[in-house]
Design a protein around this ligand. Structure first.
Ligand code: TXA
Ligand code: MG
Length: 321
């Protein structure tokens, strides 16, 4: 797995990928696990495009890909568990979940509103070549439409997303072929959230720590995207607001926002749902202040990525325990 392949991508193609990422575009890239649908991880609008192109029904957090552990450390709070796992398995099919560091520049949409980032250094030579040239983070879920099988060749990606993205980089068939092992490293012991090529036994051996047994077969693995009230702001939130009270904060959408409160933010004045998704978590956070009685949110069209926005808002508005 860690044997480097003799495989090089044309330097002009690397330049093209970098310039597309700089223009907020998506580029599909090979990794040793599955093909990824990559975007600049610091650019909320580009990240929102990933959800849109995949038709992902909700904001599951995304994995950030980097060239080295040193770059990873610019974005997360590093610790001993991460150090031993990265030392042993990076580059390779292992994703580490760690806390976002102070002043982290990765888009909050990548974390799906949570305070952690899943990050890895892939072992594919072309992915590494691209990431070295990029010198930052690329957010990339598997390059399939939501609910379909992950792609392990460039042709699969073409079948899935061909018309929807400007560039697919062909790096041959993926060596690993199943998605990376995801390990939560934020607590005293490493927890395997998603099984993969790096087994729980390997994680235990390298860290010298016991890893809790996985959930019963068939049980859902723990993922922030599945926790009902995970994204709830402190204030109560009401959706589909057609009016607003003077002491409420207001989140509007589109060219004709309602008015009546001193503090309001527009998710997208032009009614662009991708822009709205990119702004959503940051704006909710900004409005979640004790001087307001609650947050009212104007109706958001339930189409395309609007479904994902409404999914997050529904969770935020759900009754609290
Ligand atoms: O092998 C892979 O990991 C591939 C290649 C492209 O790198 N990527 C991939 O991404 O499988 P995706 O989006 O299909 O799956 C990401 C998984 C999901 O199960 C998600 O819940 C979990 O990682 N995840 C991402 N960020 C997380 C976080 N902050 N905390 C917990 N789980 C996270
Ligand atoms: Mg996937």
């Amino acid at each position: 797995m860690n044997q480097p392949k003799i495989l090089d991508v044309d330097i002009a193609l690397v330049d093209k990928a970098i310039s597309l990422w700089k223009q907020s575009e998506l580029v599909a890239i090979p990794t040793e696990t599955v093909y990824g649908l990559g975007a600049d991880a610091t650019n909320g609008e580009a990240v929102a495009c990933i959800y849109s192109v995949k038709s992902r029904p909700q904001f599951n957090p995304l994995i950030v890909h980097v060239a080295t552990a040193e770059i990873a450390r610019q974005y997360v709070v590093w610790n001993d568990i991460a150090e031993s796992l990265a030392d042993a398995f990076w580059p390779g099919p292992l994703t580490l979940v760690l806390k976002r560091c102070v002043n982290c520049t990765i888009s909050e949409l990548v974390s799906a509103g949570g305070d952690t980032i899943a990050i890895r250094v892939p072992a594919h030579p072309i992915a590494l070549q691209l990431l070295k040239a990029w010198n930052g983070g690329i957010a990339a879920p598997s390059a399939n439409r939501s609910g379909r099988i992950s792609p392990t060749t460039a042709d699969h990606v073409r079948e899935e997303l061909g018309d929807a993205i400007p560039l697919i980089i062909d790096g041959g068939a993926c060596d690993v072929g199943i998605e990376s092992t995801v390990v939560d490293c934020t607590g005293p012991e490493p927890i395997v959230l998603r099984a993969g090529a790096i087994t729980r036994a390997m994680v235990e051996q390298v860290t010298g720590l016991a890893s809790p047994a996985p959930a019963a077969p068939g049980a859902q693995l723990l993922s922030p995207g599945q926790l009902a009230s995970h994204y709830a702001p402190t204030l109560a939130l009401r959706m589909n607001a057609m009016n607003v009270k003077a002491n409420e904060a207001l989140l509007t959408f589109g060219p004709n926002p309602i008015s009546g409160t001193a503090y309001q933010l527009n998710l997208s004045a032009t009614g662009n749902l991708i822009e709205a998704a990119a702004n959503l978590f940051a704006y909710l956070r900004a409005l979640d202040r004790p001087e307001f009685s609650g947050i009212a949110v104007m109706p958001i069209p339930n189409e395309g990525i609007g479904e994902a926005i409404n999914d997050r808002l529904t969770r935020a508005a759900a009754p609290r325990d």
